[in-house]
Design a protein around this ligand. Structure first.
Ligand SMILES: *Cc1c(COP(=O)(O)O)cnc(C)c1O
Length: 387
């Protein structure tokens, strides 16, 4: 157990146990599914809340060969922690740390001419070429360079900078809008547009090391999208991209995070007792209440008020009343588990506990958000770190 070595697990108010053995097995399952392609472990937003550095290390140990982040700061933090190999980051604003990224041997994504101009200037100052990947908007309508004139201009300018020794174009890539809805017409349209934009760049002389478009849902369901590299985020953490696609087990994946807390109080209350702010829950009869010492400051959605499921003493309970900043209450229906008993909010599900997907459905969101929003006040406890 690293990261929180001084704190005895049993005494923790709350903990997010991170099963790195499960993460390594998930990487191996994804490698098998994307045979012939390299795997990028996407560890943005602190590894979807699981801890970017330990997860990145475990993913590389299991055969991932790239790391991916949204921001340059996230990529630089991985390097500072000593992570080797290829790292791509894709979300830049003017004035970003281009030179630091170049000096740290980080691949940077360019979606427009402003970014190429800034990276070229930084490469001149650094005295070494930048590794750049050109991002095509093949239909997502978010980041990425538009097809047509914009793409022609970006590709042409990148090739001129490459000829001057200022950049090396290491990748051409894109991102799907609806890969979690197999059969959605945008998927085939984006693949066609990607092939066209890639062919244009290659015809002009771009020689990318990697061509890539697949995220987790595309990696799991769309082999023709794998190209040279798949960028897997949520699947790495053992969560299905969408319940419509299947459960994690359907894809040979296992959830990595188990979120639990220690009951801070168990007490008897009479019928008609209002519970938590606003009294949106009133005890229907004589009962017992359990106090779970985590709240929205820890990333428990306030939308889980009255709906979030929790396993206490072998039984599913539902959050009674509102989730507060630091705590919420469950009605234990007369049971009296000892104070300090474990309340499991979500985990893999095989001890009968809810899953992150159950929480997503209870809160009207996606499981991505449930795991990613777990806050820094909750210590991550890493298990099975060995190979
Ligand atoms: C977050 C992200 C991914 C990973 O998506 P998952 O659905 O979690 O696999 C891949 N590519 C880009 C550009 C992303 O922003």
């Amino acid at each position: 157990m690293s990261e929180t070595p001084a704190v005895p697990t049993a005494a923790l108010r709350a903990r997010a146990e991170i099963d790195l053995g499960a993460l390594r097995a998930n990487v191996r399952a994804l490698r098998a599914r994307a045979e012939g392609a390299a795997v990028m472990a996407v560890v943005k937003s602190d590894g979807y809340g699981h801890g970017a550095v330990p997860c990145a290390r475990a993913a590389l140990a299991a055969g991932a060969s790239w790391l991916g982040t949204a921001t340059a700061e996230e990529a630089l933090a991985l390097r500072a922690a000593g992570l080797p190999g290829r790292i791509l980051c894709w979300l830049w604003v003017p004035g970003g740390p281009w030179r630091q990224a170049i000096e740290a041997d980080i691949d940077v994504s360019l979606s427009g001419m402003w970014a190429l101009r800034e990276v070229v200037e930084a490469a001149r100052a650094a005295g070494r070429p930048a590794r750049v990947q050109l991002k095509a908007d093949t239909g997502l309508g978010r980041n990425g360079c538009q097809p047509g004139e914009d793409w022609a201009e970006l590709v042409g300018a990148a090739l001129r900078a490459e000829a001057e020794g200022l950049v090396r174009v290491t990748g051409v890539w894109s991102h799907f809008a609806c890969a979690d809805e197999p059969g959605h017409p945008s998927i085939a349209a984006q693949l066609t547009k990607f092939r066209e934009m890639l062919a244009y760049a290659e015809d002009r002389g771009v020689r990318p090391e990697v061509r890539h478009i697949a995220n987790s849902p595309a990696t799991l369901t769309l082999p023709e999208s794998h190209f040279d590299l798949v960028r897997t985020g949520i699947a790495l953490y053992g969560v299905s991209p969408s319940p419509e696609l299947g459960t994690p087990a359907d894809f040979g994946l296992r959830p990595v995070m188990t979120l639990s807390a220690s009951l801070a109080l168990v007490k008897r209350t009479p019928a008609g007792h209002g519970v938590s702010y606003g009294h949106h829950y009133v005890t229907p009869g004589d009962t017992t209440l359990g106090l779970v010492p985590v709240g929205y400051a820890d990333g428990i959605p306030r939308h889980a008020s009255g709906t979030g499921p929790v396993l206490v003493d072998g039984k599913w309970r539902t959050i009674a009343g509102r989730v507060a900043m630091d705590q919420f209450v469950v009605d234990l229906g007369g049971d009296e588990p000892p104070v300090g008993s474990e309340a499991v909010l979500f985990g893999p599900g095989d001890r009968g506990e809810p899953t992150a997907e159950d929480w997503a459905q209870a809160c009207g969101t996606i499981a991505y958000e449930i795991v990613t929003r777990i806050g820094t006040r909750v210590p991550r406890v890493y298990v099975d770190e060995s190979m």
